[in-house]
Unconditional design. Structure first.
Length: 285
């Protein structure tokens, strides 16, 4: 497939009016020579334009060294890496600077091998077939009722119902789905009110999200990041005040289901597609 045709199809299928991002101004100038002019303007879409034709798409949550190296080890050429974030993530490196730059040496090798990078953050978070919170809810067997939690023009969370009898069973189901330990902050009774929960993948433990759950009478929030720090202090205080239980599964693991599921989208376009497993950061919990 011609690379420009793929880029245009992605824009058509995922970008809606009103969604906006601000990655470039804040984080990315160090790799300026590789970053597309259009990405510098709006912080979404084509990140690095290195290919004329694309025969295979790889997907990953973050553009980590592991993800990039895996593609290079495959001797891939004329390919694309589709990432949910344009920066890598590791809270254990520095709790105040969790995102870090893509490895410039590996980017140079991507360019030499005609491997483009494409990024959708809020366009993938936005409620839809492949969205982060919808795919996480599906992995947990949660029946979706409606979207909620507006971020930068995207509806990033879902409200739904679970068959789990209490938060301990739900926490165990989350751990089984992601394949590692999860974290339960029990701030209220263990019973799940009316079997209804809020799901907001990634960094969804946010004060505004919690306020919406209070309005909906929901006492469980399932998210990715759940660690107590200065950024989440207000959210944790609200959860304690309103007896809302929080369950965290790491930033990476809560969003990986979207990057797995979207491989089907690329296959439907006639492209080979492969999801790249990575390593969760347990400091997120």
């Amino acid at each position: 497939m011609k690379a420009t045709n793929l880029y245009n199809q992605l824009e058509k299928d995922f970008v809606i009016p009103g969604i906006y991002e601000n990655w470039y101004d804040n984080e990315m100038a160090i790799n300026d020579e590789y970053i597309c002019a259009n990405f510098k303007k709006r912080s979404m879409g084509l990140l690095c334009d290195f290919a004329n034709d694309i025969h295979k798409v790889y997907t990953a949550v973050f553009p980590s060294d592991k993800a990039l190296t895996k593609i290079l080890d495959d001797n891939a050429k004329d390919a694309m890496l589709f990432v949910h974030h344009p920066l890598a993530w590791d809270l254990s490196r520095d709790p105040n600077i969790a995102f870090y730059q893509i490895n410039a040496k590996l980017l140079k090798e991507f360019k030499a091998n005609n491997i483009s990078l494409f990024n959708f953050h809020y366009p993938l978070d936005n409620y839809g077939q492949y969205s982060t919170s919808k795919t996480l809810a599906s992995a947990l067997g949660i029946a979706i009722e409606k979207p909620f939690a507006s971020y930068n023009g995207a509806m990033c969370g879902i409200i739904g119902t679970t068959t789990c009898k209490d938060i301990h069973e739900l926490n165990a189901r989350y751990a089984q789905a992601v394949g590692h330990k999860t974290k339960l902050y029990q701030y209220g009774e263990s019973t799940i009110k009316n079997s209804r929960v809020g799901v907001c993948a990634g960094s969804g433990n946010d004060a505004n999200v919690v306020k919406e759950l209070v309005e909906h009478g929901i006492n469980v929030l399932i998210s990715g990041l759940s660690v107590k720090n200065k950024y989440s202090h207000e959210a944790h205080c609200l959860e304690m005040e309103h007896n809302i239980n929080l369950i965290g599964g790491t930033h990476y693991s809560s969003e990986k289901f979207a990057c797995i599921e979207i491989c089907k989208y690329f296959c439907e376009l006639g492209l080979a597609a492969e999801y790249i497993n990575d390593i969760p950061c347990y400091d997120d919990l």
